[in-house]
Design a binder for this molecule. Structure first.
Ligand code: MSP
Length: 661
């Protein structure tokens, strides 16, 4: 049994989580679960990066103190990780005293090594990255940051410097003598080339920045956010605490593995600055730093500043967190970029989960129940083509998981499903039930089918923990505590099989696409500041598979920012070429009526709504639907089938334009 420490980057609290952030944590959780099943002692860490100018600015814009903003966003992270069933062992916030102690201790060691000095500092600074760039690294015209595509600012101040240049040679030697240190290979080569071209000393403090850790021994200076943030990997384990005998000794100083998972935008900080700080402080280095690619939308990195993010709430609400986990790991070649599309998401769901996994599992379980009195077949089978493929798949899966090649691991499992299906189709057990009843041959055939599904579900445990457990239950197998279960022969004989439940109800793609074309109703939790604007109420495509999210609480002031007004429908007509949209003209007490579109044409005829009193969200940014502008939104509830029910007062007489509260 080894010790295994795995970390995610710590997330900035000036943004709510989007699927790019979720990805790193899903990967870490999958790896952590896999290693626990493999018998390792694991410490999985995640957390939040709460200091710095960005956070200070975002808080000022929202009129709150930085710590209030941080508390609010952190609670969203906690909620989200709970809903995803993340299995982290630690969560660190850089505003915690234990973190500050760790940072101070790290700095003390770096200073003792003679690696700090004070000097004037000038350069191009991107506040979003909190990083200085050379002229060469910026995009022209406009000195724009390569990641954020925003102009960098010229900064000049007196700072503390870290002698990074001293570590040029030691870093190159380290990279060369530790081939697995930076992964994938392309990133290693990139970092190597960057170091080889020469390292300049690094400014590690900022003057006059209020929101951060004061630089020990240098009043007026604040610790550079990246030095502050990177130290989380130590402070969360107890580094700097009296005695330091907690997990720090086991997981950082011990001889186990230390894996940092990061996105490719923060390679330099993790693969150059961080190892140099550690070398200077005389501390062990991580054993591996793995950089993954970006989730793109419309060919651009998903990010708040670009405004193209996919928030997870709707997807989780519709499909449950496991489906999103599966999609993220199946779709991205780890290390490369991948594009998110709603169409790709629903296709993947229907083909892999509803069709391949769901149908195979429920088909074999149903047949076995029918043939063997509601139980798994009495006789196993040790010699058949499914077993041959299963053995190859297990080996491939393990190898791929060790390499973080999740796509390959999942593909291998699906090859086993395909083989099992082919095998069943060729032997037609549904006919044998009638022709020969519960014969030994039928027992072996169906047992093979159940066994293939059991193996696939076992391999899925780290990826889709909750779903894999449901699939295992459906095929009559317990959830194993160890990866030893990933061997041929585990399906028990003659144990009761539960009544089959639909595991993955198929999604009507056309309906789904039409529904998301009109943005979701206001029910989805919106970010605190500039919320994406919903335009028309739309029903959900399928009944939610997970509990509805616990929406973050807001105070009355924020609620009152949403202007709900009574309206009276003056005209209502169908929108040509749309089966869903109605176009309303609504009097809300203003000089001119509002044109509002709502996706309720399947449930209401236009003529029955003329004269209706409705509730209008009056201060939404206008949105275009089918080329028509919608200047607000009508509120609607949903029935159990997800169909909209327009909200109307229970008695007439409300004044158009009067506030609804
Ligand atoms: N706070 C720093 C990390 C400090 S670690 C000591 C930071 N935070 S972040 O919130 O901006 O990003 C956190 C992680 O999310 C990074 O690894 C980043 O690459 C990842 N992602 C953010 N957007 C992403 C995508 N669109 N796609 C995939 N991951 C991306 O950087």
């Amino acid at each position: 049994m080894g010790h295994f420490y795995v970390t995610t980057p710590i997330y900035y609290v000036n943004d709510l989580p989007h699927i790019g952030h979720i990805f790193s944590t899903v990967v870490a959780d999958t790896v952590a679960r896999y290693r626990r099943l493999a018998g390792d002692e694991v410490f999985f860490l995640t957390g939040t990066d709460e200091h710095g100018q960005n956070i200070e600015r975002a808080a000022a814009q929202q009129g709150v103190r930085p710590i209030e903003l941080a508390d609010r966003v952190v609670s969203r992270y906690h909620d989200l990780w709970r809903r995803f069933g993340m299995s982290h062992d630690g969560f660190i916030r850089t505003t915690e005293p234990r973190h500050r102690r760790g940072v101070e201790e790290l700095i003390r060691r770096i200073e003792d090594a003679g690696d700090l000095y004070v000097a004037p500092h000038e350069g191009w600074y991107c506040a979003s990255c909190e990083t200085f760039f050379t002229e060469k690294e910026l995009a022209m015209p406009g000195h724009r940051c390569p990641t954020h595509d925003r102009p960098a600012e010229w900064k000049s101040e007196q700072n503390l410097f870290f002698r990074l240049s001293r570590y040029e040679k030691p870093l190159l030697e380290w990279i060369d003598s530790h081939p697995g240190f930076i992964r994938p290979e392309t990133r290693r080569n990139e970092v190597r080339a960057f170091v080889a071209q020469g390292l300049r000393d690094l400014s590690v403090s900022r003057a006059g920045l209020g929101w951060g850790i004061p630089f020990p021994g240098h009043p007026g200076q604040t610790v550079y956010v990246w030095l502050d943030a990177l130290a989380n990997y130590l402070s969360a384990l107890g580094f700097g605490a009296p005695g330091e005998d907690g997990p720090y000794r086991t997981f950082w100083e011990g001889d186990g593995e230390r894996l940092h998972l990061i996105g490719k935008d923060i390679i330099r900080h993790h693969c150059v600055y961080w190892p140099a700080f550690l070398l200077s402080a005389g501390l062990p280095l991580p054993t591996s730093i793995w950089a993954h690619g970006w989730w793109l939308r419309d060919q651009k990195k998903m990010s708040k500043s670009v405004g193209n993010v996919v928030r997870p709430d709707d997807l989780i609400e519709r499909f449950g967190p496991d489906v999103l986990r599966y999609f993220l790991l199946r779709e991205m070649v780890f290390g490369q970029d991948a594009s998110f599309s709603d169409e790709g998401f629903v296709d993947r769901y229907n083909s892999d989960l509803a069709n391949d996994l769901g149908n195979t599992a429920s088909r074999v379980a149903t047949l076995a129940r029918q043939a063997f009195g509601g139980a798994t077949p009495p006789e196993p089978c040790d010699d058949n083509p499914v077993r041959t493929v299963a053995l190859a798949v297990i080996a491939e899966y393990r190898e791929a998981m060790a390499e973080l090649a999740f796509q390959d691991a999942l593909r291998a499992l699906w090859r086993l499903l395909a083989e099992a299906n082919q095998y069943l189709v060729a032997r037609e057990p549904w006919k044998l039930i009638r022709s020969e009843g519960p014969s030994p041959r039928l027992s072996r055939i169906l047992w093979n089918g159940l066994e293939a599904v059991r193996l696939v579900a076992t391999g899925l445990l780290p990826v889709m923990p909750e779903t894999a457990a449901r699939v295992l239950a459906a095929v009559g197998s317990p959830v194993p505590a160890s990866l030893d279960a990933l061997a041929w022969g585990g399906t028990p004989n003659g144990v009761p099989l539960p009544e089959p439940q639909p595991l993955f109800p198929r999604i009507d793609k056309e309906k789904f696409m039409a529904e998301i074309a009109a943005p979701a109703p206001a029910a989805s939790p919106a970010p605190p500041a500039a919320a994406p604007v919903p335009a028309a109420p739309v029903p959900a495509a399928v009944a939610p598979t997970a509990a509805a999210p616990a929406a973050a609480r807001i105070d009355i002031q924020r609620f009152m920012e949403v202007e709900l007004r009574m309206g009276r429908v003056l005209t209502c007509e169908a929108v040509p070429k749309s089966s869903k949209l109605l176009r309303f003209s609504v009097d809300i007490g203003e000089a001119a009526p509002r044109q509002i579109l709502a996706g309720i044409a399947r449930e209401y005829r236009p003529e029955e709504l003329v004269g209706a009193e409705v509730v209008v969200v009056a201060n939404l940014e206008p949105a275009k639907l089918m080329g028509l502008e919608s200047q607000g939104m009508l509120l609607a509830a949903t029935d159990p089938e997800g169909r909209p029910i327009l909200l109307r007062p229970h008695k007439p007489g409300a004044v158009p334009g009067s506030r609804v509260r």
